[in-house]
Design a protein around this ligand. Sequence first.
Ligand SMILES: O=C(O)CCC(=O)C(=O)O
Length: 275
Amino acid sequence: MNDSIDLLNEEYSITDSDINFYKKNGFIKLKNVLDKATLDYFNNEITKVVTEQNPLLKKPIEERNTFEQAFIQIGNLWKTNAIIKELVLSKRLGKIASDLMQVDGVRLYHDQALYKEPSKKIKNITPWHADQFYWPLDTENTITAWIPLQKTTPDMGPLAFSMESHKHDFGRSLEISDESEAKIQKSLSEANLELVDEGFDIGEISFHGGWTFHRASANTSDKVRAVMTVIYMEDGVKVSEFTNSAHPLDRDAFLPGLNPGDAAATDLNPLIFKR
Ligand SMILES: O=C(O)CCC(=O)C(=O)O
């Protein structure tokens, strides 16, 4: 293991007030979870893989649909890259996920890099959505670590959250689209839910629950917004019934071979942390 990732073996202390904030609001932003040396190390590797594998390289941003404009998305990186695996399976992050959800252990659901390109021409927002729409998991105990690989200023499209929106079920059946942006925005405004839309310092990471509504503004800066995400689920959860067309696709990608009722624990879902 490289010296710069020793930090991944150290524990990050989560307080009762962090747990209460997460429970009440459905997300939390935590400072100094990683340091610059560690982030530079992973940024270098993840950016190399994203550049090599970018499925949108030959498609100009103006010709893409809203989802494709929002970010370059590449998943399951940990499976083929030993360096990225150290970050994705790190106990430091896995324990934070367990502590915030107040569960005994977490497994990996999947990882993905989300790179929002700089764009002056197109407003490449990430529309409002809740992730769990896509996931055939029989639990509410899912959480995403959104890990910016550099300081992320407000003009780069940092992740923004609607406070307490995990208690609000309007819009849960909308996939990421222009429709989800318009309809969920309207419903969150009508419910007077507060928006948290701020930059991320270097080393700051957010954790949001599967039903928390979130979005991101366009990247109007001149730098790429490089982000890695790790999605955790409580250890012991089962595959749910498939109730939309995204569910079997996610099953194939992240829970291969499983059917509703099976334990969500394939070779792609290692146990990351257990008390
Ligand atoms: O990075 C983005 O713009 C969106 C990220 C997101 O939706 C997620 O991590 O759940």
